[in-house]
Design a protein around this ligand. Structure first.
Ligand code: KG4
Ligand code: ZN
Length: 337
């Protein structure tokens, strides 16, 4: 049995989690509100807020897991990718703990962790988890990838976005509509109350790659032209606009996922990342599963958006394979896994 404490601090969430093997014992997340008034994450403010939050967040994670720091077998942290100043706070904290308690340090890739969130077991170990090999559509604020997973530590990106990420498409649309940051969850909420009556184009991109920049431009022109005829067009039609944009983002994602499943012959299919919290996407995956005979998996809601439980489960698999990091390991804003 292993007990791992993991820290996530790659963007604007300070999070800590304790796992006992693949079962999460605590999952504490403190979201930074300070960025709201700037309409996006301000890196310098994020680092400072992580510094303020990290001690109480780690303490709470230990308390909720009912364990003492001395019981921890290894310390995991997000090493890449992310905002460098934010990553450094979590990395420095995990390194100090590993050094002072003479325990292994485990470096985790944030995007691998989003995928492996699908392997988290509930306390009763009754939840279904995918068997290998499986496909994972990882959709977050900074990434959109189709990943082929042969084992927890053998992941291959077989398709990805050439420009904006799906989460960015949601957030930038929200900004154009005058909604607060991050707009993804609000578009989701409005979309549920509207109808997809407006047509937005689906880009023609080769293979399993994605593109969302054309959609962004189409939405910008649509709003501009509609407002010429009726200045209150957006306010009057906000629900239908959100439903239409969301429906197109989902169809772009699902078409490529279907193509990946057809090409690989894999029928174990997962989604992960912040956008996998989207109700429309969750429904679309479930429906595709029924139509195509896939087994589909979605992490529990609290493991979709940024969290430390996904860092903990990934650290657990690395721990089992003795994949430890040296204390002088550096963080990295961008690296592939
Ligand atoms: O994975 P995540 O928490 O952070 C990154 O690693 O980027 O993803 C954040 C992204 C944001 O773009 C946010 O708007 C989007 O996930 N998001 C959603 C929903 N919840 C979060 N997008 C659509 N519908 C949602 N319900
Ligand atoms: Zn993320």
């Amino acid at each position: 049995m292993s007990l791992i404490l993991a820290i996530e601090s790659s963007c604007d969430e300070t999070a800590a989690s304790v796992c006992k093997d693949e079962v999460i014992q605590s999952n504490v997340i403190r979201s930074q509100q300070i960025h709201e008034k700037y309409g996006g994450v301000v890196p310098e403010l994020a680092s400072r807020a992580h510094l303020e939050a990290i001690v109480p967040v780690v303490k709470e994670a230990l308390k909720k897991a009912d364990c003492n720091i001395k019981d921890i077998d290894a310390f995991g942290f997000t090493q890449a990718p992310g905002l460098i100043g934010s990553l450094l706070v979590g990395a420095g904290f995990a390194k100090s703990l590993a050094l002072s308690l003479q325990k292994p340090l485990i470096a985790v890739h944030h995007m691998q962790a989003h995928v492996l969130a699908n392997l988290i077991r509930n306390k009763e170990k009754t939840n279904k988890i995918p068997s290998f090999p499986f496909l994972c559509l990882t959709v977050s604020g900074g990434h959109t990838q189709i990943v082929l997973c042969r084992s927890p530590l053998q992941l291959e990106v077989i398709g990805e976005t050439l420009d904006d990420a799906a989460g960015e498409a949601f957030d930038k649309t929200a900004k154009m509509l005058g909604l607060p940051y991050p707009g993804g969850p609000l578009i989701d909420k409005y979309a549920a109350e509207g109808n997809a009556v407006f047509e937005f184009p689906e880009p023609k991109i080769d293979g399993l790659n994605f593109s969302f920049s054309g959609l962004k431009t189409a939405i910008l022109y649509f709003i501009r032209d509609s407002r010429k005829n009726d200045p209150d067009f957006v306010e009057k039609n906000i629900k239908d606009i959100c439903a239409s944009v969301q429906s197109r983002i989902i169809s772009i994602l699902m078409h490529k996922l279907e193509m990946a499943a057809a090409q690989t012959g894999i029928r174990e299919v997962c989604i992960a990342g912040g956008v996998s919290a989207n109700k429309g996407l969750r429904k679309a995956l479930q429906q595709a599963g029924e139509n195509k005979g896939w087994n589909t998996y979605i992490p529990a809601f609290e493991y979709c958006t940024d969290n430390a439980a996904m860092i903990a489960i990934t650290a657990y698999y690395k721990y089992r394979n003795h994949l430890f990091a040296p204390l002088d390991i550096t963080t990295s804003a961008k690296t592939a896994f």
